[in-house]
Write a protein that binds this ligand. Structure first.
Ligand code: PEP
Ligand code: MG
Length: 756
């Protein structure tokens, strides 16, 4: 053991004793600063704690005027103490008063001290306060003294975090740790959730801070580090397809960090100063986080998250813990907060206890988001920093409409949101009642309201939402949430489960629609494309990879034995594609009948209308298929030349503009003319105002997300269809006063009290 470490070791031992004594918090603090001062041969030791109003308040001092305690204060960024708190970096000065940031606080009587060493009190990278020592002489504190003071600061951080100091705050003031914070990111699924934080990867609370024997602790660290390195090597070597691509890069980064000499040296140093191996990991991680917080480079920030993960793994190793069984102790209003998460991990949480999901990363198309949407959970994403600011059990609101979250919200905000949630619940009650009513307009015209689905978790919604069937089953979702191609048996099982859950209601399966924004990381054949939306996707891809299509069709045929099978093809561009697909289907039917398989009672083949080329051959299209389903998301994207995923353009063009509505009318008319059933299954069907327009244009079947069925039905049952038809006769080709169609439709509904 190095000599210089004995100072901090003795100090930490003292602190441990002080923590265990039954003292009032103020007295404990007073004794801590006194002991630090004497141990470091300093005349002054002071602790400043950061309050929620961004003010650093003097909480304890040895050496400065004791009357200044709880009175002396500095704003974040003000003076040396404020600078340390704002930058989260130590300041080591032999002549403090010469520093440009020096601010003189007359009440403290500190003018006689020259040298100054201040370190931030950090926890999970957040500044909770500042710990300072001062001397009259112009001394320069050694590196090991800085390190020792930082180690002590960590112990104080734990005291603050455990709430010990909260009792010392004056009424009306709060510690920064408990400060309410809001984050703005993106909405990944609508809905509002109120509840309590459940960290998906709970921060491991290190309770055992002080070591008995440094050498023994260093040995423990080494053992854990080498098994961590081995497990990473192991994962990398397995060459599991799931670890290709991005996963692999992350693991490579882990391996690099785990072998980083600088990191290991800092860990060992913290242990030699008296910390346990776990506490050392936490301290070094916290220091590093604080430093990285000021970096703007997204690549480095991403690496920081990887480092966090690695530190967490190391903590688990050291404490001999496997992954936490979070589900066991879940509050009944859990809001899961995660950096990122796999789809399967979300399914491990019981649905009835989940009120929302917050992700630091993620995209609207990530698998976990797809699953969360299917489960009807509000999701907000891209909430950078949420994980480190949140503590398990904190109150939190997820606003999936606005893409914001509120952590530890003020009571008035919480009350406003609670009212919003109650209002939504009352509306849900009304929708539930509506389920029993026939799905007809006010003047008695039947309109089928179907739902979109794609996973087994969607199925209970069929009955809950009161859908007439499944108008679009996105089979690619099973492929997207898997880590390898789902086997034929797994596909068949899902399709069978769907048909069983539908209990005779119609189900339209769509053949896999991958490519574009739907990527399968394990699909080796995928190519880099300049314009993926216009590229090798959907039916184009599956016709080129007929093995994929054949397997799926066989699974669908087998699963629908004795029942009707409705099958549709995505992104059809020319009729030849339908003929080609039909050939493959026919061959599979022949194959199965040769082996005496139970075949579907009937097979209906449809095409999705998503590509504008079909608009110019509508009659031929209607004759070539048994039904047509308009994919309005893609059709709008191609008709208007606007990327559906580009948020910059999201509100620029209106889906209810006259030209697009005229396109939709032509499709509906062609269906009637050719006696070919036409439905629409894009997002357009799910908004009451656009659903109203569709019905007015002639659609008698629309398919939407299950949550939309209630609001759309509420509109439908109040809709006088005759009047709406007359409205379109007057306005579709020549909108009144040149007004936008959306405004005219809104006015139509308002005049007749149709709920939109
Ligand atoms: C569409 O394009 O409207 C559609 C329903 O398909 P997806 O959203 O799956 O592309
Ligand atoms: Mg589409």
């Amino acid at each position: 053991m190095r000599d210089q470490a004995s100072g901090p070791r003795v100090l930490l031992k003292r602190l441990r004793e002080l923590m265990q004594e039954p003292l009032e918090p103020q007295e404990r603090l007073d004794r801590i600063v006194r002991d630090i001062a004497s141990n470091m041969v300093a005349e002054v030791c002071s602790l400043y704690v950061l309050r929620a109003d961004s003010v650093l308040e003097l909480y304890a001092t040895e050496g400065l005027n004791p009357n200044a305690v709880h009175l002396a204060q500095l704003r974040l960024g003000q003076g040396l103490v404020g600078t340390i708190a704002a930058s989260a970096r130590p300041l080591n000065l032999s002549n403090a008063q010469e520093h440009p940031a020096f601010a003189y606080l007359p009440e403290t009587g500190e003018e006689i001290y020259n040298s100054f060493l201040g370190v931030p009190v950090l926890r999970a990278g957040r500044t909770l306060g500042v710990l300072v020592v001062q001397n009259k002489t112009m001394r320069h504190y050694r590196d090991d003294e800085v390190e020792a003071l930082e180690t002590t600061a960590m112990v104080i951080a734990e005291m603050i975090a455990t709430g010990d100091l909260a009792r010392l705050t004056r009424p009306g003031l709060e510690l920064d740790l408990r400060r309410p914070v809001s984050f703005t990111g993106l909405s990944f699924n609508e809905g509002v959730g109120l509840g309590h934080v459940v960290l998906h990867e709970p921060r491991i609370v290190v309770t055992n801070l002080f070591n008995e024997d440094s050498e023994e602790e260093v040995r423990r660290l080494e053992i854990s580090l080498s098994s961590l390195r081995l497990s990473i090597d192991d994962m990398l070597e397995r060459r599991d397809v799931a670890f290709e691509g991005e996963h692999r890069q992350v693991l490579e980064a882990y391996r690099m960090f785990a072998n980083d000499r600088g990191w290991v040296r800092r860990l060992e140093e913290a242990i030699r100063n008296g910390l346990t191996a776990e506490a050392a990991v936490e301290k070094v991680q916290s220091d590093m986080r604080a430093r990285m917080l000021h970096m703007t480079d997204p690549y480095l920030r991403e690496r920081m998250s990887d480092f966090d993960d690695l530190a967490n793994r190391l903590l688990r190793q050291l404490m001999g813990r496997g992954p936490e069984d979070v589900a066991a102790s879940l509050p009944k209003d859990a809001i899961i907060v995660a950096r990122s998460m796999g789809a399967a991990e979300l399914l491990d949480y019981p649905r009835d206890k989940m009120r929302g999901l917050v992700l630091e990363d993620g995209a609207a198309t990530s698998h976990v988001v797809i699953v969360a949407r299917a489960m009807g959970i509000p999701v907000a994403g891209q909430m950078k920093g949420a994980v480190s600011m949140a503590e398990n059990g904190d109150a939190i609101i997820v606003d999936g409409e606005e893409g914001v979250i509120h952590l530890r919200p003020q009571p008035d905000l919480e009350a406003a949101y609670a009212e919003k949630v109650r209002f939504r619940a009352r509306r849900q009650e009304v929708y539930r009642e509506l389920r029993k009513k026939p799905s007809t307009t006010r003047d008695g015209v039947q309109v089928d309201l179907l739902m979109n689905a794609g996973l087994a978790v969607d199925l209970p919604q069929l009955a809950e939402a009161g859908a007439a069937g499944i108008g679009l089953f996105r089979t690619e979702l099973q492929f997207m949430v898997a880590s390898t191609f789902p086997r034929a048996e797994a596909q068949e099982k899902l399709y069978r489960d769907v048909l069983e859950a539908a209990r005779g209601k119609p189900v339209t399966f769509r053949t896999i629609d991958i490519g574009g924004d739907k990527v399968l990381p394990y699909f080796k054949g995928a190519i880099q494309e300049e314009n993926p939306a216009l590229g090798w996707r959907a039916i184009r891809l599956t016709l080129d990879r007929p093995g994929l299509l054949r397997t799926q069709i066989r699974a669908l045929l087998k699963a629908s034995g004795g029942r009707e099978l409705k099958l549709m093809l995505p992104m059809v561009t020319e009729l030849g594609e339908i003929a080609q697909a039909r050939e493959i289907i026919d061959r599979e039917v022949r194959h199965l009948s040769r082996f005496a398989h139970h075949l579907p009672t009937s097979l209906k083949l449809g095409a999705m209308l998503e590509v504008p080329s079909l608009l110019f051959q509508l009659d031929e299209l209607m004759k070539a298929v048994d039904f047509v389903s308009v994919g309005s998301n893609d059709l709008f994207q191609f008709v208007m030349a606007v990327d559906r995923g580009n948020t910059q353009l999201a509100n620029r063009f209106d889906t209810l503009s006259a030209p697009f509505l005229r396109v939709l009318k032509q499709i509906a008319d062609a269906g009637v003319r050719n006696h070919t059933p036409v439905t629409l299954c894009g997002e357009l069907a799910g908004k009451p105002i656009s659903a109203m327009a569709l019905i007015g244009l002639g659609f008698r079947s629309i398919s939407m997300s299950p949550a939309s069925i209630g609001p759309v039905k509420a509109m439908l049952t109040e809709l006088p269809l005759d009047e709406l038809k007359a409205f379109f006769d007057d306005n579709l080709m020549a909108p009144a006063q040149g007004l936008p169609m959306r405004a005219l439709l809104q006015a139509f509904a308002d005049d007749r009290s149709i709920p939109l």
